[in-house]
Design a protein around this ligand. Sequence first.
Ligand SMILES: Cc1cc2nc3c(=O)[nH]c(=O)nc-3n(C[C@H](O)[C@H](O)[C@H](O)COP(=O)(O)O)c2cc1C
Length: 153
Amino acid sequence: MTRVVLVYESKYGNTKLVAKTIAEGVREVGGIETILCEVKEVDFDKILDYDVILIGSLNHLGRPLRSVRKFIEKLGKLNLEGKQIAVFDTYIGSDFEKTVKKMEKRISEKVPGLKLMVPGLSIKVQGIKGPILDEELPRCKDFGRKIVTQIST
Ligand SMILES: Cc1cc2nc3c(=O)[nH]c(=O)nc-3n(C[C@H](O)[C@H](O)[C@H](O)COP(=O)(O)O)c2cc1C
């Protein structure tokens, strides 16, 4: 069975909700196991058990959190041949896609062999503590479904 891990960090719960909703979208399609994991709890020995790695961070001063940056750097030390990856962020104001672009750049620099399966998902929240704008949640589910269509067998 294909296995998808969603690794994220979330201060106020909004990025976690994005991760959960993406996972719902993935599960709706069926036949795929999804697991959510906070970045600080990742077991690097187990990362190789997953076929797809999805990484989420809130926009923190215009970039991903340090823990997420470190996580990407550590991925570069593993042999991830054949694995697929994609990223997601949450932001306020006008920082649409700013953090996903930085995560994608970091992945291409630190883990060059890893394939970005779809462009990153950027989700707007109303204020520092959220909530996620109503119209944004369906985009998370769609992203999950899209991930499934891109999984290479
Ligand atoms: C210290 C701090 C700095 C932030 N800087 C930015 C920023 O530069 N641009 C932006 O769009 N959002 C910024 N935000 C807003 C966060 O992206 C928002 O709080 C986050 O999406 C909430 O996600 P969470 O509930 O998963 O923690 C900042 C939030 C905090 C706490």
